[in-house]
Design a protein. Structure first.
Length: 415
């Protein structure tokens, strides 16, 4: 048996016992983990510093190192996210529907755990605690495979989690980390069909594509974020500038940041200079099409590739269109079905955008940065699903459950 198979075997055994845990027990586990994260702050941050320093020496850009870095504030947010998961209703065991058929059988649909979940993810150590808390609450065991860049951080976090589980009398193998970050081991994980019930990739386009094309384990696809803000002709320009600045520059390295502004030509001359002025406060580089270029002092001419790119940096493409229909067509063509926004005072334009844009999250007059499990009230998220099967959007507790039919009879047989 390989090391990875051993992880799978242990996870399977842990999931069996975890599925029998009641809500009070699971909440106690989660609150213990949250408290222990904070009590081990100095150790976790010191370990994280090793990863951040190594990334800096390797020439990883600052904006991408930000995804890797933990701070006291971020660790506190991670702990609060776990506590919020503990405070949420437990979906396991819920009977969502019940009816009687013609044979007088009472039929119900009940939420149950998925079983053992594998997660392959990049850079961000917060994914480790988000995934662990959501899986534990829903009675799922989890095998985590983070990136090489965050290996020390993830080891420290999983050690705290496993020690907390042990202290509470739970099976520590409910949360396990693959400590070999090689691509070969990742590929083996994608084929661990005897033990994994589902595999969730969370990261860049290359990772997600590789998992989709390689895995024989069922995959829930989480997507990249080539997201847009469309500024309609009725938009309030100060609002548009403020939302665009937040959606691009508040944290550009995350998947819910925007990468392109699409703007109605009727408002371009007035709005683009104001938007540019706001973006320059954060030194955002603009790449504009030929119609937008005359209204922008600092922009360079955009290429076709710019409209396809998830920059994850202080770079923003700009396109001017003649109508909302052209805007919707552009966004549906280039977007990755993650998060899209319209800025408008026209109710009918907002409803058209909501109806016709194909994305997991569609906003009216708000920043796309809110596409997040914590912001949606889920406590944490396992990822942002951009597929249409089983789960879509921020994946909270309900997304980590399946269902089974429960049937009550009193002796019926089928004629």
């Amino acid at each position: 048996m390989t090391d990875l198979q051993q992880l799978g075997k242990r996870a399977k055994e842990a999931s069996t016992s975890l599925q029998l845990s009641d809500t009070r027990t699971k909440n106690r586990l989660l609150n213990r983990i949250a408290n222990d994260l904070l009590s081990h702050e100095s150790t976790i941050l010191a370990t994280n510093r090793i990863d951040v320093d190594a990334a800096e020496k390797a020439g990883v850009p600052a904006v991408k190192r930000d995804r890797l870095q933990l701070t006291p504030e971020r660790l506190k947010d991670m702990a609060e996210g776990i506590q919020q998961v503990a405070s949420l209703p437990d979906p396991i065991g819920d009977v969502t529907e019940m009816w009687q058929n013609e044979a007088d059988l009472t039929i119900g649909i009940q939420r149950v755990p998925l079983g053992v979940i594998g997660i392959i993810y990049e850079s961000r150590p917060n994914v480790t605690t988000d995934a662990a808390s959501l899986c534990l609450k829903t009675g799922n065991a989890v095998i985590l495979r983070g990136s090489r860049e965050a290996l020390h951080s993830n080891k420290a976090l999983v050690t705290v989690i496993q020690d907390a589980l042990t202290a509470e009398g739970a099976n520590p193998y409910a949360v396990q980390l693959v400590t070999d970050p090689s691509h070969e081991i990742a590929e083996q994980l994608m084929h661990l069909t005897d033990y994994l019930d589902v595999l969730i990739p969370r990261g860049g386009a290359g990772l997600i594509k590789r998992v989709k094309e390689t895995a024989t384990v069922p995959v829930i696809e989480t997507g990249t974020g080539n997201n847009h803000v469309y500024v309609d002709q009725s938009a309030q320009i100060p609002m548009a500038a403020n939302i665009i600045l937040n959606a691009k520059a508040q944290r550009p390295s995350v998947c819910n940041a925007i990468e392109t502004i699409v703007l109605h030509q009727a408002i371009a001359e007035e709005a683009l200079p104001e938007i540019e002025k706001a973006l320059l406060t954060k030194n955002v580089e603009l790449r504009a099409d030929e119609r937008a270029l005359p209204y922008l002092k600092t922009a360079v001419l955009a290429t076709e590739e710019d409209f396809k790119t998830e920059f994850l940096d202080y770079i923003l493409a700009v396109k001017v269109v003649d109508s909302i229909d052209e805007a919707i067509a552009h966004i549906n063509h280039y977007g990755t079905k993650h998060s899209e926004a319209i800025i408008t005072d026209d109710y009918f334009a907002s409803q058209k955008f909501l109806k016709e844009i194909d994305a997991a999250a569609v906003y009216v007059n708000a920043s796309t940065r809110f596409t997040d499990g914590y912001e949606f009230g889920f406590g944490a998220e396992i990822g942002i699903s951009t597929q249409k099967l089983h789960a879509r959007g921020p994946m909270g507790l309900a997304a980590l459950t399946s269902s089974k039919y429960i049937i009550y009879g009193d002796g019926q047989i089928r004629e």
